[in-house]
Design a protein around this ligand. Structure first.
Ligand code: SF4
Length: 342
């Protein structure tokens, strides 16, 4: 797929104190884009557009180069012990993306250049007990591979984790430019998951991300480079022909994921489609012609963190999804591990 290039970049003054901030500043000089030095609080109002539908796509082409503040890392269940960010948001436009609400009024991209501080903070969160491995998720607030051709920070992070004894990194992506990662000294300390879905879901709802074929190709290269490998199948949707299309997906994975890290099982994380009332509101404003099925009468309520609720498939449907997808996996990857279905 075509590599992302922002149409405007904001540099927060603090970012220029760090080597990566200065590198990015000089990298963008000869690109035909707007470069603005300003504090983060000015960014939202400087993005062109008046309505949500106009502003949203322009925000997704805006990059803010900044620093990560604060030392507290959030817990990231069920995927890892902690989460941290190299970037926030991504160049993709997935209609159902949970960032629609989590970053509701700031849907622009951010990259954090104080890698030295981020790495020190990770070290401080590792439990130094030789029987315990502490796991860190780097892609819960964005997709670092989507910006890797500009920042290079995911590569540095993978090699940093390669050098740590009691810590492991978990990455997930919907992008496909994995070439810079193939020769890294990852030491099998990074589990690289590719977010994958049926052709229908990718084509209709995951705009500006890698295609079905590109992602499988990327996964095959990552597996060949010896990374512990995984797949996130999300969001799983029921629609006419869903069983045939998910069968095609796992047939293709079986055919193309050949060379794998033999000491680490392939993992699978399964997440059914869900939406909240707030997300639905944003989605309808930003994608007025959406085909996403957000009919509350066909769903059931599930209570989440902080008393918020979301609409998920009713028990009989979610049970069918779980059973069907699990059997596709078990038949084709008997050594694989299904980590969770939610
Ligand atoms: S690739 Fe991931 S982070 Fe980016 S829009 Fe899609 S779901 Fe959201």
């Amino acid at each position: 797929m075509e590599l992302f290039m922002p149409e405007r970049v904001f540099f927060e003054p603090s970012s220029l104190k760090y080597p990566l901030g200065r590198e990015l500043y000089s990298y963008f000089q000869d690109k035909n884009i707007e470069i603005i030095k300003t504090a983060a609080q000015n960014v939202s109002r400087m993005i062109p557009g008046t309505t949500e539908k106009e502003k949203y796509p322009r925000a997704k082409k805006t990059l803010v180069v900044t620093t990560k503040k604060g030392n507290r890392l959030d817990v990231c269940k069920p995927s890892a012990d902690y989460e941290f960010s190299l970037v926030t948001n991504c160049p993709g436009n997935c209609e159902y993306c949970y960032l629609q609400t989590a970053q509701a009024f700031k849907p622009y991209l951010r990259t954090y250049v104080n890698l030295e501080d981020i790495f020190e903070n990770i070290k401080a969160h590792i439990v130094n007990n030789e029987n315990k491995i502490t796991t860190f998720e780097v892609a819960s607030s964005g997709d670092p591979l989507g910006l890797e051709h500009i920042t290079g920070s995911l590569s540095k992070t993978i090699e940093f984790f390669g050098s740590l004894e009691n810590a492991r990194l978990r990455v997930v992506t919907k992008f496909d430019r994995v070439e810079p990662l193939l020769g890294l000294k990852h030491n099998s300390h990074t589990r690289f998951r590719v977010s994958i879905n049926s052709r229908y879901v990718i084509k209709n709802f995951e705009h500006n991300t890698a295609t079905f074929d590109e992602r499988i190709e990327a996964a095959s290269k990552i597996a060949g480079a010896g990374y512990p490998m995984g797949f996130i199948v999300a969001p799983i949707m029921m629609y006419e022909g869903w069983k045939e299309e998910y069968t095609e997906l796992f047939d293709r994975l079986k055919k193309q994921i050949i060379s794998v890290n033999s000491s680490e099982p392939i993992t699978f994380e399964l997440i059914q489609h869900r939406f909240t009332p707030t997300a639905k509101e944003f989605i309808l404003k930003r994608f007025p012609g959406t085909k996403l099925d957000m009919d509350e009468t066909k769903r059931t309520l599930k209570w989440g963190k902080f008393g918020r609720f979301k609409y998920v498939y009713p028990k009989e449907n979610s049970g069918e999804i779980k059973e069907f997808i699990s059997s596709l996996i078990k038949e084709r990857f008997p050594e694989g591990v299904i980590e969770y279905f939610t």
